[in-house]
Design a protein around this ligand. Sequence first.
Ligand code: NAP
Length: 282
Amino acid sequence: MAAEIIYGSELAQEIRSELKSEVETLNGQGIHPKLSVIIIGDDPASKSYVRGKQKASNKIGMDADLWEYDSTITEPELLNKIEELNNEKSVHGILVQLPLPEHIEDQKVIEAISPEKDVDGFHPISIGKMMTNQETFLPCTPHGIIVMMERAGIELEGKHAVILGRSNLVGKPVGQLLLNKNATVTYCHSKTEDAQNITKQADILIVAIGKPSVISAEDIKSGAVVIDVGVNRVDGKLTGDVDFESVKEKASYLTPVPKGVGPMTITMLLHNTIEAAKRIHQ
Ligand code: NAP
C-alpha cells in the first residue's frame, strides 16, 4: 500500500489562516504582533529566506521589519542593535538570520536576544526549558515536524523514533520534542555503526542529514512514518534525503521535498511571534 503523503504546504496554509484570525483578534485588543529580522551580508539564500519570512508575516497581517547590514558590521554594533530591539516595546520577536560573517560569534549573538523575544528558540534558556518540558519558544523546524505528525493523526507515544542527524538546529531538538511526547528516541549520526539496522527498527524515522537519497525502501520497516527534512539541490532540482519513489511504496506516511517540512518552519516562526506578543501583553 502506498504511503499517505503529508503536504506541509497545505497544512501550513491551514495554520496560517488560523494565525491570521488570531492576529485580527489581537489587533482588536490593541496588540500588533511584530517581528524584527536582522540580516548581514548578501548571501542570496539568506536574503531569499528572510524575504520569505517577511512576506509570510505580512500575509497574516503581522508587521515584520527588516534590518539589513553590510558584512563589515562589527560585533559590538550588531549587539547594540539587538539591545535596541530588546528594549523596543513594539517588537515582539527578534530573529538574526544565520550564518553570520566569521568575525561575529554566533553564540554571542544568540545569547544577546532577550529570551522573551527569542522566536527562533535558539537561546540557551529556551533550549533548557525545552529539555525540561517547560513552556517556551520551540525551534521552528523541529516544532513544525511535530505539528505535522500530530495533525496527520500519527500516534507518537510509545513509538520508536529514530533521528538521523544530531545538529543543534534540527536533529537534537526534534529528538527531545519526541521524547517530551513519550516516544522512545534513538539518534544516529556520521559515526553510528550499522545505521541501517537501527533505521529498520523505526516506527518514526526523521531524516535530517543533507545528503540526497540516503534512505531508500530497504532502510525502513514496512509501515514506518518517514519525515524528510533534507534540502539538497541535484541538477538544479530540490530534493530531500529520502528516495521518495521507493520509500512511498513501503512507508505509511511520507513527507515530500519540496512542499513538506519547509513551509512548516516559517509557519512556526509566525506562531512563536504571535505567542511572544500575547505573553508580553499578558
Ligand atoms: P548539519 O548541521 O549539517 O547536520 C547534519 C547531521 O547529519 C550531522 O549530525 C551529521 O553527523 C549527520 N550525518 C551526516 N552524514 C550522515 C550519515 N551518513 N548517517 C547519519 N548521519 C549523518 O545539517 P542540519 O542543519 O541539521 O540540516 C540537515 C538537512 O536539513 C539539510 O539538508 C538542511 O538543508 C535541511 N534543513 C531543512 C529545513 C527546513 O525547513 N526544511 C530546516 C533546517 C535544515 P555528525 O554530527 O556526526 O557530523
